[in-house]
Design a protein around this ligand. Structure first.
Ligand code: FES
Length: 80
């Protein structure tokens, strides 16, 4: 989320990464979805509160960057 925010691509991240707002919702490309760590219960609960999610929806604030994620492809979810 912080990387996306720094690049000013339109991610809000209102709660600052505390998994509480959903404004960092992204759709991870299918080929990348299985390469990310599984979401924690807190993230799943937050995603469940969003009006529209997809199978590969994630909260970008919960994706901890690592070099092996170089090339990660995702789409910003539309704001509710
Ligand atoms: S920044 Fe609020 S849930 Fe990710």
């Amino acid at each position: 989320m912080e990387i996306l925010r720094d690049y000013k691509v339109g991610i809000e991240g209102v709660c600052g990464g505390s998994c509480d707002c959903g404004t960092c919702h992204v759709i991870v490309a299918q080929e990348w979805a299985g390469k990310l760590p599984e979401p924690r219960d807190e993230e799943i609960d937050a995603l469940d509160e969003l009006p529209l999610i997809e199978a590969t929806s994630r909260l970008s604030c919960q994706i901890i960057w690592a070099d092996d994620l170089d090339g990660l492809t995702l789409t910003l979810a539309e704001a509710a």
